[in-house]
Design a protein around this ligand. Structure first.
Ligand code: NAP
Length: 294
């Protein structure tokens, strides 16, 4: 089989939000997306109907038979059984989009001569529409060797993404960085918005007030980087303000105190690095924050 290229026919198994986003983005950039299969045939039909030249098929095997590179975009737990249930042709490409799984989920396919890759969008995708629009500027974590590595790098660039190459042993750390920046940051936003309920304003209003700050923080991080984007009482060394925060949390929202303390302590080195917080003041803040943990 010829090396993979932008002309390689693409199949997609798993017509969910990532499979759909990727298939649409690839199709929009001229990749021949020719076949889609899913657990539910109607999901495959619905995705294929958006892509001229693409047909819905009843099984992963049929989608694989029709294409040169197969993206397995099922839920993580289904990747291995789905891939292992397919008969692969030597030289055929098989790619998953999981940030948590490594390439060993393709052990059966590789034994039959398939060439394995991983292509993980470091993004929070909740629908095909927002997935497609989020792709430009998104980083794609790539695993794979040789021609697969080159193909996935070229594919990321073609759809407006940023390729980054990963080793299997680094994947859990890479993946959890995305989870912390996505799901866990959302959790922090939820916890912080609910603090507003303690002073009598509902969390929806709190969120409305806080989201523009989140947007500005993203902008500051993007434009000024680290440590330039660091701001607030810690960067200023306002010990009295920090004390007021800790006292308010202890008396009115003690469940938030551990989260606040951890983040406060973790932020001190960046404020020192910025040059706006003296080491002695940082030590004073550290002692104060630690007192509130006892
Ligand atoms: N969503 C994100 O933010 C995100 C970001 C980066 C990477 N990812 C990765 O992308 C992959 C897909 O996630 P997703 O968010 O797109 O999930 P999803 O929307 O739930 O889509 C998964 C699809 O897989 C299909 N499926 C499940 N089991 C199957 C099987 N045994 N055979 C064939 N199809 C099967 C389901 O099809 P039916 O509709 O037919 O039931 C479902 O639509 C995962 O590996 C995930 O880790 C997700």
């Amino acid at each position: 089989m010829a090396p993979f290229s932008r002309k390689s026919t693409i199949g997609c198994v798993g017509a969910g939000v990532v499979g759909g986003s990727l298939a649409v983005a690839l199709w929009q950039h001229g990749y021949p997306v020719v076949a889609v299969a899913s657990r539910t045939f109607s999901s495959a039909q619905s995705l294929a109907s958006r892509l001229a030249g693409c047909i819905p098929l009843a099984s992963g095997q049929e989608a694989a038979d029709a294409s040169e590179v197969v993206f397995i975009t099922t839920s993580d737990d289904a990747i291995e059984p789905v891939a292992s249930g397919i008969s692969w042709r030597p030289g055929q490409g098989v790619v998953h989009c999981s940030g948590a799984a490594s390439l060993d989920v393709f052990h059966q396919a590789v034994r039959q001569g398939a060439v394995a890759g991983a292509f993980h969008p470091l993004q929070a995708i909740s629908s095909v529409e927002n997935g497609v629009s989020s792709i430009p500027g998104t980083t794609f974590g790539i695993e794979g060797d040789g021609e697969m590595r080159a193909f996935l790098k070229d594919t990321a660039l073609a759809i407006g993404g940023r390729p980054v190459f990963l080793n299997a042993e680094d994947k859990p750390l890479y993946h959890l960085s995305g989870v912390m920046m996505g799901g866990l940051l959302t959790t922090m936003a939820a916890v912080v918005a609910e603090l507003w309920e303690v002073f009598g304003i509902d969390r929806a209003e709190g969120l409305k007030a806080l989201v523009p700050m989140m947007r500005q923080v993203s902008y500051n991080l993007e434009s000024s980087g680290l440590p330039g984007a660091v701001a607030g009482p810690y960067a200023r060394g306002d010990v009295g303000t920090v004390r007021k925060h800790l006292e308010a949390l202890r008396s009115r929202a003690p469940h938030v105190l551990p989260l606040y303390r951890e983040l406060a302590l973790a932020g001190l080195p960046f404020a020192i690095e910025k040059g706006t917080l003296k080491s002695e003041t940082a030590e004073e803040i550290r002692d104060l924050v630690e007192q509130f943990g006892r």
